[in-house]
Ligand binder design. Structure first.
Ligand SMILES: N[C@@H](CCC(=O)N[C@@H](CS)C(=O)NCC(=O)O)C(=O)O
Length: 208
């Protein structure tokens, strides 16, 4: 029997990360549009993601939320796509996947909100401070063509999305290493398909 795989998303959201990963994996999936403020906070969707946020995927009855987890989960659920780490890639794969989901996400959102921890608070904030986090991310991106080595993996979908959208929306500085890394990733067919699918969904759902 075919797998049941559903993406709950909104085209103007981090749901693009999950969609890009699904397109990389190549398994058939259905898309369920979730509207900000209405269906996203409705009883049906809250049983899937009690955070009332997108994206979420449901795979054969199992829910996965959190973009980083969705990327890692799909890489393992569909090993034939070759996006899970090889033993020698695991250290960098997990390290930078979690670094981006934790410290980078917090540093960037606090930066946008103009919340600057006092220097003495840096030791209790997982990201220390924004500048340090950005420098460390840049060094990681510079170290190899892809975040876990010479090969594209699921971690690139997540880290690359953070770098790509961060530089695009000005929440990360436009350093050359970030721009070069994202240029490599955004030229992938799966990335372009995900953008196209989200554009189509956005146009279908636009108020008449
Ligand atoms: N940590 C979550 C973040 C998800 C998230 O914040 N999604 C936003 C859209 S980009 C959302 O659904 N916001 C709606 C709301 O909070 O009401 C992830 O990585 O998936």
């Amino acid at each position: 029997m075919a797998d049941e795989l559903i993406l709950y998303t909104n085209p103007q959201s981090r749901g693009r990360i999950a969609r890009w990963m699904l397109e990389e994996v190549g398994a058939p999936y259905e898309t369920e549009f979730v509207d900000y403020g209405t269906t996203m906070k409705g009883e049906d969707y809250l049983t899937i993601n009690p955070m009332g946020k997108v994206p979420a995927i449901v795979h054969n009855g199992k829910v996965v939320t959190e973009c980083a987890a969705i990327c890692a989960y799909l890489a393992e659920a569909f090993p034939e796509a070759g996006l899970a780490p090889l033993p020698e890639e695991r250290a960098d794969y997990y390290r930078w996947l979690f670094f981006t989901a934790g410290p980078v996400e917090q540093a960037v959102t606090n930066h946008v909100a103009q919340f600057v921890p006092k220097p003495e608070q840096g030791r209790m904030f997982g990201y220390g401070n924004y500048d340090l986090t950005v420098d460390v991310l840049e060094a990681a991106v510079r170290a190899h063509p892809y975040i876990a080595g010479d090969r594209f993996t699921a971690a690139d979908v997540y880290v690359g999305s953070g770098v790509g959208w961060g530089t695009m929306f000005g929440t990360l500085p436009k350093r050359q290493a970030f721009l070069d890394y994202f240029a490599r990733l955004s030229s992938r067919d799966a990335f372009k398909r995900a953008a196209q699918l989200d554009d189509t969904l956005a146009a279908e759902r636009a108020p008449a």
